[in-house]
Design a protein around this ligand. Structure first.
Ligand code: OOG
Ligand code: MG
Length: 259
């Protein structure tokens, strides 16, 4: 099996590196389990790390009904975030480096201390130093953005870029379970929602992540950033767009889309 895992890891890694879509892995490997798909994800990340990229945090995905419905997969998943994916507010994403990117509004956490599962949402929140607004760009490496649960897990949960806002707040300075979130494209509102859409409270997403990692003997580390998952459906990107997410009490974060 480990040969197959390595082969699949190379496929998703090359697809991401070259922005070239591939058929779903599940077509050739219908028996690939979700646990094996996480092995593929880790093996593909190891390839990136060997090229000099570094881990900066983790992302949760499919933590809102809107997101689950949009992609037809109904279970929360996680992926790894690396330094080369990270952008600041006002930075750009290049279409030439993507296949068919979409963008979505997120809440992100910066951890002040390590967080190990098993844990509860309340305990998990205690490990959070800062809460920030974030935009995530996702870019499934599969043709037509279509995938099974195992496919999307193997593909590092479609992650490609994330933009972090500059306004930082302590969790207790916010009504974290119900922050208004409005995403604009070129000045027009395209999606509006609330942080409550993220598993009823984004801290639940953080705890769920710590608990999933604990099953593999892993944990979240102080200083890492965690994306809690899109609060609304994601929007297709086109060159020239200016995307802005405004989050109640968390300011805004901007992403520009270039050729
Ligand atoms: C899977 C990744 C989902 C989120 O925030 O829900 C995700 C996808 O939609 O391609 O990042
Ligand atoms: Mg996301």
């Amino acid at each position: 099996m480990s040969d197959i895992i390595q082969k699949l890891a190379q496929l998703v890694d090359d697809a991401a590196k070259n922005a070239a879509p591939i058929p779903q892995l599940s077509l050739e490997q219908p028996d690939l389990t979700v646990e094996q798909a996480y092995d593929v994800q880790r093996a593909s990340m190891a390839r990136r790390f060997a090229r000099g990229d570094g881990l900066v945090g983790m992302k949760m995905g499919l933590t809102s009904h809107a997101k689950m419905q949009q992609v037809g997969v109904h279970e929360p998943i996680y992926g790894h975030l690396t330094a080369s994916m990270k952008r600041g507010s006002g930075d750009a994403v290049q279409m030439s480096e993507q296949i068919h990117p979409r963008i979505e509004p997120e809440i992100a956490f910066v951890l002040g201390r390590d967080l190990r599962g098993p844990t509860t949402a309340l305990e998990a929140l205690d490990a959070v130093e800062w809460v920030v607004a974030a935009l995530e760009v996702i870019d499934s490496r599969y043709k037509d953005f279509k995938f099974s649960l195992a496919d999307v897990v193997a593909d590092n949960a479609s992650s490609t870029r994330f933009f972090v806002g500059e306004t930082r707040r302590r969790p207790d300075e916010l009504d974290l379970g119900n922050l208004g979130m409005v995403m604009h494209c070129d000045g027009a509102v395209v999606e509006a929602g609330s942080s409550s859409a993220i598993l009823d409270h984004p801290a639940r997403s953080l705890a769920a992540l710590a608990n999933m990692l604990a099953k593999r003997g892993e944990f979240l580390q102080a200083g890492q950033i965690v994306l809690a998952g899109g609060a609304t459906a994601a929007m297709h990107l086109k060159a020239g767009q200016h995307i802005r997410l405004e989050v109640q009490d968390l300011g805004h974060v901007d992403a520009f889309v270039q050729e």
